[in-house]
Design a protein around this ligand. Structure first.
Ligand code: SF4
Length: 351
């Protein structure tokens, strides 16, 4: 088997920051429970690892006892949830990705200017629920072009569209085209709301999948950007499977590929919330079963970092820790033969 590891893959800067927040709080506050509102990121392994260390995940802020610490997940929350936390005297540590916050700010600004907002995304996704909550009266969610005839438009010249950060760029383009056709004067956001990490991971799959027999995406079923990676692959005609971990690897998937898997070319990537050790474990399993080679394909360089939330910095200072000494930095993954299986490893640049 020839395994090609897409680069970039896995943790984005926002997920890295959010995971780091919970990690540090668990270290910092060993005598009080740390509550997390919703899954910190959409990955069952990340969540379980924090549960194992004592974090308590809640779906309702009323489950958090007054005065305790609660972390808001990377997907963001609505102003109503922030207000509820205040009214219950909770210490809220906001791990919302700054790129989600950017979309919230756009929603607030356009609503103030009297625009109706058409928010392209999945209505029940926590990020969309949070963004919509910034301007509920002004916002309607558009999940597909089929929703357009049912929109309640007051003034077609006072419309703007925004998007969820983790959409398929292919799908979003179709909806945006349909919106522009229906409302030629609709305003665009100042820059793409689909974030750099989503765009880069999708671009890597689009670039590499065509030369592969199969694509494997590591990520949880409720991870929007992971599911989108499988769709991008299928859009270019290559079968893709989403798996949480090595336990879900199904060898039937390789039936019909060259040499029943032994001579297959497999692209392995990971959604923005999937930890890299799960990717490495899958590599080891595949190489152990089929033999072969491992190559990392560098498509887009990434060098994005986000700072820690202000409230966490304050809590750190109260414990005598200088938060400025800590920096979060996520570059492209560096891989070693040891972690991924004892085979010759090559790294190739983008084509
Ligand atoms: S996928 Fe994008 S928006 Fe979501 S946490 Fe990562 S960087 Fe932020």
């Amino acid at each position: 088997m020839r395994i090609i590891l897409a680069n970039p893959r896995g943790f984005c800067a926002g997920v890295h920051m959010a995971v780091d927040v919970v990690d540090q709080l668990l270290d910092l506050c060993k005598d009080v429970p740390i509550y997390v509102y919703h899954e910190i990121v959409h990955n069952k392994h990340v969540v379980q690892r924090f549960i194992d260390r004592g974090a308590i995940f809640v779906e309702d802020l009323n489950e958090v006892p007054p005065g305790h610490i609660v972390v808001f997940s990377a997907h963001g929350v609505s102003p109503a949830i922030r207000e509820l936390a205040r009214s219950r005297s909770l210490t809220a540590v906001d791990a919302t990705c700054p790129l989600v916050t950017k979309v919230h700010s756009e929603a607030v600004r356009y609503a103030r200017q009297g625009y109706q907002i058409l928010l392209i995304g999945h209505a029940d996704h926590q990020e969309v629920v949070g963004t919509r909550g910034e301007a509920p009266e002004a916002t309607q969610v558009v999940e597909s072009p089929d929703d357009i005839p049912n929109l309640r438009i007051i003034d077609p010249n006072k419309l703007v569209y925004l998007t969820q950060t983790t959409l398929s760029t292919d799908d979003a383009a179709v909806i945006i085209d349909a919106l522009k056709k229906a409302f030629p004067n609709i305003k665009e956001p100042p820059g793409s709301d689909i974030c750099y990490a989503t765009t880069n991971r999708q671009h890597a799959v689009r670039q590499i999948a065509r030369e592969c027999d199969l694509v494997l995406v590591v990520g949880s079923k409720n991870s929007s950007n992971s599911v989108r990676l499988t769709e991008i692959s299928e859009n270019v005609g290559v079968k893709a499977y989403l798996l949480d971990d090595v336990g879900e690897l199904c060898h039937d998937w390789f039936a019909g590929t060259p040499g029943e898997g032994r001579d297959a070319v497999v692209l392995l990537t990971a959604g923005a919330s999937a930890p890299e050790d799960l990717v490495a474990e899958i590599c080891r399993s595949l190489l152990g079963t089929y033999g072969g080679t491992l190559e990392q394909r560098d498509i887009v360089p990434e060098d994005v970092e986000f700072g820690l939330p202000v409230t966490l910095k304050r809590l750190m200072r109260e414990k005598g820790i200088d938060p400025e000494g800590r920096k979060i930095r996520v570059g492209n993954w560096q891989i070693t033969e040891d972690a991924y299986g004892a085979v010759p490893l090559t790294v190739s640049a983008r084509r």
